[in-house]
Design a protein around this ligand. Sequence first.
Ligand SMILES: *Cc1c(COP(=O)(O)O)cnc(C)c1O
Length: 375
Amino acid sequence: MRTVPLNAPIRQLREESALLHAALDEVIESGWLIHGPQHAAFEGELADFVGVPHCVGVGNGTDALALSLRAALDVSPGRVLTVANAGGFTSVAARMVGAAVGFVDVDPVTHLMTPESLSEVIDHDTGVVVVTHLYGAIADAPALRAMCEEFGAVLIEDCAQALGGARDGVQAGTTGTLATTSFYPIKNLGALGDGGAILCRDTVLADRLRALRQYGWSGKAHVEHPHGVNSRLDELQAAFLRRRLPNLHTWNERRREILQRYDAACPPGLRIVGANQDGAHVGHLAVLECPDADLLRAHLGAHGITTDVHYPVPDHHQPPWRDGSVLPVTESFVGRILSLPCFPQLTDEDVTTVCDALTAFRPTELTDVMPSSGD
Ligand SMILES: *Cc1c(COP(=O)(O)O)cnc(C)c1O
């Protein structure tokens, strides 16, 4: 039986082997390992790519959020508001900086924070709002920013799943006071290990973030900020990322195409979240919404297709974070979402295998399929 993996980094690594070895050679020959020419160049190239003046490389996407929150809360203290269906990264980061977290429900169709859902929770105690451009779909950042401004709050965009995406001509990461991303290997722009970055327009904030990522230093061994950490993007990852960045739009296009093929293959009652959003989606995850995700998962498993759930437990139901929030829409996704294989190196045959299995799905036939699913 053909099998289709959820992810297969090895395919991209093989494809790019010569390119990546050349990057490694360049770093070895330069003698720079931390904050050298590759890192400086990459920061500039990513800032240009997104369309903001400043980019600050950091160790990973969670640190990017934590350092952004630290910098934002310094100028705008208060509670951090975010969604509870986006994997918990902002909740982790907020706790890293000792901030209180409040949860905002999301839109039932797009699964994103909207001005309407934010308006139910935002108040004058809100310091920062973090909007996650989830699954690769782009939220309405300009409208969210306008609402934040009314309440004196700062907007941060988490672009870890949406780098290169735009909505109504507005590039993800250009509206928030700060925007973060992750280069975890399976993100749309992945490194060969961990990495992250913060994007911003404000020069003072960018300098503050550069201090925060390296012991709080203003200059070598001179501490300017009391809450510095060590969170650096290393030279080698920057060199790899520079080789990959020029392909990002092409890869995003391929992801979008896969999403649309899946959506077209869905039988009635199933849909791919955000597939009909045209350009406002970069296909980080192909998330299927269906009445019973466990049944569908067993059916696809029986056809050799690996799936996952992003994310199985909403933040406000995670035992250490339970806070009594009631988020009816977010909670309604539990047991109803399933992520399908979606990455640029999927072959057309892989995609067809998934599409055929989707089209063949009949909830009533599942009793026949399930016993032989083998997992
Ligand atoms: C992956 C991810 C992060 C965290 O990035 P790491 O590099 O794994 O720390 C944060 N936010 C979102 C939306 C993500 O998808």
